[in-house]
Design a protein around this ligand. Structure first.
Ligand SMILES: Cc1cc2nc3c(=O)[nH]c(=O)nc-3n(C[C@H](O)[C@H](O)[C@H](O)COP(=O)(O)OP(=O)(O)OC[C@H]3O[C@@H](n4cnc5c(N)ncnc54)[C@H](O)[C@@H]3O)c2cc1C
Length: 335
């Protein structure tokens, strides 16, 4: 497949899709209406694990575990090629409350995930994380080094079609862009971008708010999780506290109520946080999908269009494996 591919949306899913295609010698352009990776992929926590995997389907877990397994090599390659360290760290995660121990144990055994039950908590030593902004910086550099065209500040407004194919993409500046094949990786904006071609897909933005703290390095060394809330320690002492899951459309504002709620939960989990205030508060729009199942497929009507979107709460974790899946489908297709 030596055809030119245009990837629409330069979040982690778009960047990793572009990377997979480029490795096959395919000429790739990534188009983003802002700058690469400034939306959900920047805002996320970077935990490389479904929080309570036994609550999800095998489809979700297979993709998440496969995605997480690719990260050590990816991180190594990014460091070697770009000099930027995405801070892939196997820090482990302690799950503190409200899980069914028997179900959790069974799931971990079946999936070969190490787990130790200690008092009332579950210790998962293999859980890893990446630092999202660093990952994006490294991916961006990798793409540039490998000759991928990055077309930023370019919003695609319409897909112009003819005989069941995308013919051109119209931009908000009135430009027409074309390639042989197109991949939509526009995250929470994929559905409006597809317009009537979204067909039955049930994708919607789901806002997540996060707080950032700074404590002395090493105060917290692993991820702490309790009741759909987590603390993630970065290597330099920053601690992320998140996150909300809110169905509020395309509203990306942050709210004082969420800040207060996240702060209360953060202090309960790590009392040392009571002595300092959060240094940042942000939100991002996750690409929500039913049961957290992304769409990684050729479009059912438009023969030269593919979709890689709807990764919801685990897009960073899944993106590596999801890009591989999409690549296999594209290589096998004559469209
Ligand atoms: C608070 C929070 C915490 C999270 N924590 C985790 C976690 O710990 N682990 C994990 O695995 N996942 C986590 N996630 C989820 C993860 O961040 C997302 O699933 C993932 O980033 C989705 O990536 P994406 O590339 O599909 O979307 P995005 O990163 O949103 O990228 C989509 C891109 O498309 C561009 N775009 C949109 N419309 C157009 C258009 N018309 N024309 C051109 N470009 C367009 C946008 O500008 C954007 O750059 C979290 C998310 C949030 C918000």
């Amino acid at each position: 497949m030596k055809r030119e591919v245009m990837v629409i949306g330069g979040g982690v899913v778009g960047c990793l899709t572009a990377m997979a295609l480029t490795r096959q010698g395919i000429k790739v352009t990534v188009v983003d209406r802002g700058v690469l990776g400034a939306e959900a992929s920047w805002a996320g926590g970077g935990i490389l694990f479904p929080l309570l995997p036994w609550d999800y389907s095998e489809t979700v877990n297979e993709l998440a575990l496969a995605g997480a397994a690719i990260y050590p090599l990816l991180a190594e390659e990014l460091i070697t090629t770009t000099g930027i360290d995405p801070e892939y760290t196997v820090c482990g995660m302690r799950v503190l409350s409200h899980f069914d121990a028997a179900v959790a144990q069974q799931w971990c055994t079946t999936h070969g995930v190490s787990a130790e039950f200690q008092d009332d908590s579950l210790w998962l030593p293999q859980v890893a994380q990446v630092r999202n902004p660093r990952l994006i910086q490294a991916l961006r550099q990798w793409l540039e080094i490998h000759g991928v065209i990055l077309k930023e500040h370019t919003q695609i407004t319409t897909l112009q079609t003819q005989s069941n194919r995308v013919r051109t993409l119209q931009t908000s500046e009135g430009e027409s862009l074309s390639a042989d094949r197109y991949v939509i990786t526009a995250g929470a904006w994929s559905k409006p971008l597809l317009g009537t071609y979204a067909l039955e897909s049930d994708l919607r933005p789901m806002r997540g708010q996060m707080l950032l703290y700074k404590l002395p390095i090493g105060t917290l060394q692993h991820i702490l999780y309790s009741d759909d809330f987590y603390l993630i320690p970065r290597r330099d002492g920053h601690i992320l506290a998140g996150s909300t899951v809110e169905d509020v459309g395309y509203d990306k504002s942050t709210t004082p109520q969420a800040a207060a709620d996240l702060q209360r939960k953060a202090i309960r989990l790590l009392p040392a946080l009571a002595s300092c205030n959060p240094i940042a508060h942000w939100s991002g729009l996750r690409p929500g999908s039913p049961d957290n199942k992304p769409i990684i497929a050729k479009h059912p009507v438009l023969e030269n269009l593919w979709l890689n979107t709807g990764h919801f709460r685990y897009g960073v974790t899944m993106a590596t494996a999801s890009a591989q899946m999409l690549l296999q489908q594209m290589l096998a297709s004559s469209g």
